[in-house]
Design a protein around this ligand. Structure first.
Ligand code: SAH
Ligand code: SF4
Ligand code: F3S
Length: 471
């Protein structure tokens, strides 16, 4: 058994190397005639990890089922960012227990960020003995062996490394889309915002070698992909951990030069957003005019307590610069309300920044205490009722601007990458604009997988309707 350890997870040391993924061919039939079911929680990092996990399982001859009741192997890829993410997973684990009572041969386990938490794994060992395996974010590559051990030994297998492992290249991947792809450019995070668990669950910042990133994008272009999203907790800090001067602006430029039709990147920390990056975004038409720029709070006092390294003023200056330089920019954000000690004046400053930035949309959260983070021990005297009220007020303001921004699109013609059928109305298609607006589109199905001109005919707060215009 290899358990996670909070103190070890805080440490930042050791050389990171690049390692080529190797598959033990003797395990290629382990999953013959068996099905796997995977449920993914959390951010794009987890979504993309699940794409790797699926491909690894399929290299062992497992096939995917979307129905948990039909599965031989059940895997929950979990998120630890807030308490309610935890609760959802533990709720689901309860359902899995039920199923295992009916089908005792089913193997079930968890992976992802919750698996990196010492408190969670301790609880699993104590109370969830029937869960067959737990593995962390640093050893996805070891999944074939973990499954083999579970099947052979029939005892709980826990393998979570607190230290980040090497950067793995050539991991197989089963992408969810044929048109747009996630591409990791870095792993982990060294920012240690005081509320956040990610630096502990994902380890130290490790930038991937630029040549490997560009090779992956070139391969995607060859395979007909139209869009890539460069992924990392802090993409603007790309390269800072390497021994070279090659930074995010250089990488963005090289990725744009591959000729892929659309380049996006998430998430941008305001601290590392350089003027050079803005120049590159401006220069290349295939870098999309869409930036997710988490604010977290509009109060410089709270930002300091959060250790965000910028002030309200410097954030507003950056937004101003972005708007001046990138025409048609769509700006989105993340905001936390009710951080320990947030006064009504602090909260009003957040509203003031929202009024100035007029975001296209925002993910808003109530502060959630994460065990082991500095903010978990900060005095917090604001009631939950008050926090809920602030969240409600903030959401109303955010939604007002979402709708106002969307209204500017009415009757305009915009480029949309058509991804497939609309979820709410199968007779319609759906896709995203260059500015990341969701559009339900009237048009023929042979437009799927193309970037087409769409005339916007109706707008709502969270989506738009449109029809394809024939050129
Ligand atoms: N790396 C990204 C954020 C990743 S987590 C960045 O720095 O911007 C996504 C969002 O979850 C954060 O932006 C933050 O708004 C929210 N979040 C993180 N920890 C939280 C906590 N303890 N309570 C509430 N929200 C939190
Ligand atoms: Fe968390 Fe801050 Fe790192 Fe984002 S930058 S992942 S909020 S510690
Ligand atoms: Fe959640 Fe881990 Fe992402 S905590 S938000 S899945 S990095």
């Amino acid at each position: 058994m290899l358990k996670p350890n909070l103190l070890e997870a805080k440490k930042r040391k050791g050389n990171i190397e690049t390692e080529i993924y190797k598959f033990d061919e003797s395990l290629k039939d382990l999953g013959k005639n068996k099905k796997y079911f995977i449920k993914t929680y959390g951010c794009q990092m987890n979504e993309h990890d699940s794409e790797n996990i699926k491909a690894i399982l399929e290299s062992m001859s497992f096939t995917e089922t979307l129905d948990m009741m039909d599965a031989d192997v059940i895997l929950l890829n979990t998120c630890a960012i807030r308490e309610n993410a935890h609760n959802k997973v533990f709720g689901y684990i309860g359902r899995v227990k039920h199923l295992k009572e009916q089908k005792p041969n089913v193997i079930a386990g968890i992976c992802g960020c919750m698996a990196q938490e010492e408190v969670v794994v301790d609880e699993i060992i104590k109370k969830y003995k029937w869960l067959d395996f737990v593995f962390g974010t640093h050893n996805i590559n070891n999944l074939p062996n973990i499954l083999k051990n579970v099947i052979e030994k029939k005892e709980q297998e826990i393998e979570v490394l607190s230290y980040e492992g090497n950067i793995l290249e050539n991991m197989p991947v089963k992408r969810d889309s044929k048109y747009k792809a996630w591409v990791n450019i870095m792993y982990g995070c060294d920012k240690f915002c005081t509320y956040c668990i990610v630096p502990y669950t994902r380890g130290k910042q490790r930038s991937r070698d630029k040549d490997n990133i560009i090779k992956e994008v070139e391969e995607l272009v060859k395979n007909g992909y139209l869009e890539v999203t460069l992924l990392g907790q802090n993409v603007n800090a790309y390269g800072k951990d390497l021994d070279s001067n090659y930074r995010m602006e250089n990488l963005l430029e090289d990725v744009a030069k591959t000729g892929i039709k659309r380049v996006r990147f998430v998430t941008s920390h305001p601290w590392d957003f350089t003027d050079n990056m803005i120049e590159v975004i401006k220069k290349y038409d295939n870098i999309m005019p869409y930036i997710h720029l988490p604010l977290q709070s509009g109060s410089s006092r709270i930002l300091k307590l959060m250790a965000r390294r910028y002030t309200k003023e410097s954030y507003l200056e950056l937004v101003d610069k972005l708007r001046k330089n990138i025409p048609n920019l769509a700006l989105t954000t993340d905001i936390i309300v009710g951080f320990p000690g947030e006064t009504i004046e602090d909260f009003n400053e957040t509203l003031e920044v929202v009024n100035k930035c007029k975001y296209d949309s925002a993910f808003t959260f109530i502060f959630s205490k994460r065990e082991g983070t500095p903010a978990a021990t900060m005095p917090d005297d604001v009631t939950l009722d008050e926090k809920n009220e602030r969240l409600h007020k903030l959401n109303e303001l955010v939604n007002k601007y979402s709708l106002e921004n969307n209204q500017k699109y009415l009757n305009k013609i915009v480029p949309v990458l058509i991804e497939g059928y609309s979820e709410k109305d199968k007779s319609m298609l759906m896709g995203y604009t260059d500015t990341m607006k969701l559009v339900n589109v009237k048009g023929a199905e042979n437009n799927i997988g193309k970037i087409v001109d769409v005339k916007i005919t109706d707008v709502k707060t969270f989506s738009m309707d449109g029809e394809i215009v024939n050129n």
